[in-house]
Design a protein around this ligand. Sequence first.
Ligand SMILES: [Zn+2]
Length: 372
Amino acid sequence: MKDIEFPVFKTKSEDYKKFDLTDPAERKEYFEYKAGDEIKKLQEYLKDNTFIVYLLGKKSSGKGTYAKMLKEIVAPDKIEHLSIGDMIRSFDEVLRDPTRKEELIEFLKQKYRGPTPLQDIIKAMEERSTKVLLPSELILALTEREITRMGKKAIFLDGFPRDLDQVSYSLFFKNLIDYRQDPDIFVMIDVPTNVIDQRVKFRVICPLCNTSRSLKLLPTKNVEYDEKDGKFHLICDNPACPASPPASPNRGESQGGTGARMVTKEGDELGIEPIRARLDKDEMLMGQVYKMHGISKVFLRNSIPVGQVKEYTDDYEITPEYSYEWDKNDKKVVVTEMPWEVKDDTGEKCNSLMPPPVVVSLIKQLVAVLGL
Ligand SMILES: [Zn+2]
């Protein structure tokens, strides 16, 4: 980011040991190896204490991915990830059910104080209208309600604060939810705009099971070449996919022809263009929080300048990029893997980190700001 200095965090180990970070079991070993002591400290702390983390980062910067990974590794039953966007979307269902709708309106009659009439808000929510912006006072009341339901847990709040006025609210939010003694921490995430752009452009989904992958950054095992359109396609390999071939002894024969071809969602080919205004706003918000005094801040970065990669990271922590060639003679796709290089917002050549090393940095910085 232009206005904030995000320090490069060192995750390189003294003794090199390689892990496959896409494999859940190896990923667990990796965390134990890189941050075992800090994980224990956090687990100990969470036995009797909580904290509240505000995740700040541009849309698609990986906020949810990082929070969920930390929760899984540290304490699945003591930590909650609360996405305000998901929460708002979940009200679609509530509003279709007359009993639950009545309950919600009763709650809001008691809790909501704000300039927009309640009936207008409900109408906007029912019509999924994005024209009427849901007022901060409403978001606050609903978030408080969700947190009360969760019981007392450490919380990663994703999507709040989202507007400038909400920054001020967030400074008093822990009093509102009665976490008075517990620390609150602002976690700021820096991801180059180019990384977000490429993630969106190369994202593909399975039309049958909605599994999401990336042609460039996270392919499936089976890549197919279509001679008609001259393009490469991923074939869904989710075992639960309806098109997934049944497990059979002659697996070699299932190559090509079985499994669903993954497709680009309409609009994704435009990359960040449709969300540029939103990204600018997210960046402005981070700049605002950065200037606040008296609050604990943690800085996470997704990219590392190419020249510093060897000193700060192990090679397998870098996101690879995949490219394909069609071998006409053997009729097969040749896959090439190399470190993905992108330019960050200042134009510097960078590599992008896989999520686990970013989470290692998060774990270690949390332990530091909590003074454990
Ligand atoms: Zn599928």
